[in-house]
Design a protein around this ligand. Sequence first.
Ligand code: CP
Length: 354
Amino acid sequence: MKTYGFRGRDFINAELDYTKEEWETLIEVTLDLKKRFLMGDNHAHLLLNKTLFMIFYNQSLRTRNAFETGMTQLGGHGNSLEPGKIYTPALEGEEEAYSTERISDVARVLSRMGHGISIRAYGDPVNWVYGKSNRVINEFAKFSDIPVINMECDKYHPTQALADLATIKEKFGQFKGVKFTMSWAYSSSPHKPRAVPQSLILAPCKMGMDVTFAHPKGFELDPAVIAQCKKWAEENGSQFNMTNSMEESFEDADVVYPKAWCPVNMLSFPEEGKVFDPEAAAKMMDANSSWICDEKKMKLANKNAYYMHCLPADRGMEVSNEVIDGPQSIVFDEAENRMHSIKAILALAMGSRM
Ligand code: CP
């Protein structure tokens, strides 16, 4: 695996593996490709005749269509592979005869045919064993000699982070001094990974924003992610604060990003003897149903604060209709920027130099 430059490089734990300067470049290329798209400028030469294999273990609207449309606009083809319709790619030791195929074999076959592999995997396909789907994606990368892109695992959603940073850059022109709040919000479904909140505190901390992180007790994130956020905030001379109050986290914020994720007891840590307990998880979610982003809470933030969400949002639970459909909401700008940011990653990783 390459650890420098863009061409041929994986985009898996990108919040950690790509430098701040490389993220700046990714954002610049995103906004440049967006401008070209809006101007009707044909850029189909960038990935002419190239193929991306997209493996979705989970459902998707935005990511699937952003990757597929992006490949078309860049002159190539996005080929969607359903794990149940190929032979389900499986880790060594988890194979079933003529039903699965070892990931090392799938990765080498696809590497002989195309130019990139992208994978979404989290939750049920890995029985909510935290870190396992990240391991699945890294196993593909280990055996493939074409770039592997993370379309969301149980730890990170780096293509979402890039779209969101590009959106913030469009709105504020800079990161320094922007007060960003990532808050837990209620949903009746606990089947939500930690990928978005983890990526959406790491990436803003990396870029030097002042980040506040709020959650009810029992909804903590990976301690390694929190430690990294603190380190980057110190290096950047910015803030990283934590609270158990949604209201407190909204005070004076420029951007709020309220989003549901599963409680810690939803995640299985077999090495610690912990078990998967979705019923207890749902009860914990319901006990915190007051964590909704509504107009009253938005009034605590700065007057022109933006409301962000990766979508899909659970209306009436995570957010009120008035907020998500209101003037402070930029959720469709984020969704639009998914395509441009994914095109930037694809063009840089799979394209050729002049
Ligand atoms: N935000 C996001 O990843 O959306 P999808 O689940 O629809 O891809």
